[in-house]
Design a protein around this ligand. Structure first.
Ligand SMILES: Nc1nc2c(ncn2[C@@H]2O[C@H](COP(=O)(O)OP(=O)(O)OP(=O)(O)O)[C@@H](O)[C@H]2O)c(=O)[nH]1
Ligand SMILES: [Mg+2]
Length: 298
């Protein structure tokens, strides 16, 4: 029998480069929420892909960035820890725009953090659908100066271009070892956590400006009956004024968030769902270490 391979692959990169989109495409199911705004992912999320005798455990991380805020510092720490622990890292970047001849400052910072692990890092140039092929080629040669990376692979996570090729390439780098997870397991996070994330994704989609960054979602009860799953969630905001915005006039905004999230949760759980949402003011939760701990952001 062929020997098993099993390894951890860290997905790292600046906010908004498409890490979670790529993870969802690889796994073939939505396990990590995405948004057109940066700093969407807050926790480490595992996505597991098993092909024959090879198990690849992807770690989706929050985008690396600098910030004074406690919440953000904790978020960045997850990502930096991943970088050190993984067998292999995928560093996601965007193509270098045609009017620039240098890479993004934050990409350079991340590469410095990677240090000697650069040779165990595959540089993935994402969003190739957004630019001309020449721009991709030029980006490869500019990033090459920061190497030597194990490989440089251009892809489009959104359009799935070259994603299969990336997966095949990865398999060559996974060390020998027995599987950590069952063949059919796709993530290690609980359904409860995914439910709270799907609600948070709708908050990102529907609310304007900075508000989603002040919001945390907690599942208070999850009750399964044969034909219906009853879920009660609390949406924590930091100020009274934010509570009003999330609820909206006559509860319109909250209803919109609830019904969009419910549809995705029903798809996830394969069952009818009754979702109730309650908005709660938890003053300054994002800078309070105890609240962050209790919300699983430790
Ligand atoms: N055009 C294009 N857009 C993409 C591609 N991949 C992702 N995006 C978009 O980029 C935005 C950010 O995607 P995410 O997957 O949330 O990015 P992320 O790196 O996980 O972001 P954080 O969690 O904030 O660090 C979303 O609007 C995606 O639809 C791609 O290949 N092409
Ligand atoms: Mg993300």
């Amino acid at each position: 029998m062929q020997e098993q391979q099993c390894g951890f692959i860290g997905l790292i990169g600046r906010p908004n480069v498409g890490k979670s989109t790529l993870l969802n495409q690889i796994i073939g199911q939505k396990i990590s929420i995405t948004a057109h705004r940066p700093q969407t992912t807050r926790n480490r999320i595992l996505g597991i892909k098993t092909i024959d005798q090879c198990q690849m455990i992807f770690i989706d991380t929050p985008g690396l960035h600098t910030s004074e805020k406690l919440l953000n510092q904790r978020i960045v720490n997850y990502a930096l820890q991943t970088l050190q622990e993984a067998d292999l890292n995928l560093l996601l970047v965007e193509p270098v725009s045609p009017n620039k001849d240098k890479i993004h400052k934050e990409d350079a910072e991340i590469i410095k953090h990677i240090g000697h692990k650069v040779s165990q890092t595959i540089l993935v140039i994402n969003k190739m659908d957004d630019v001309e092929p020449e721009v991709v080629l030029r980006s490869i040669s500019i990033f090459n100066q920061w190497g030597p990376f194990a490989e440089i692979v251009p892809i489009s996570a959104l359009k799935t271009t070259n994603v299969e090729h990336l997966i095949e390439t990865l398999q060559g780098y996974i060390p020998r070892g027995t599987f950590y997870f069952e063949n059919d397991q796709i993530t290690d996070v609980s359904e409860r956590f995914l439910v709270s994330e799907f609600v948070r994704e709708e908050l990102f989609r529907i609310l304007q400006q900075e508000l989603p960054y002040s919001v945390a979602v907690e599942v208070n009860s999850f009750e399964e009956t044969p034909n219906l799953i009853k879920i009660h969630c609390q949406i924590h905001v930091e100020r009274n004024s934010q509570k009003g915005i999330v609820i909206g006039k006559n509860g319109k905004v909250l209803k919109q968030i609830g019904s969009a999230a419910r549809r995705k949760i029903e798809y996830l759980l394969g069952n009818k769902v009754f979702l109730s949402l309650h908005v709660n003011v938890l003053k300054k939760w994002s800078s309070n270490p105890q609240y962050l701990d209790s919300l699983g952001l430790s």
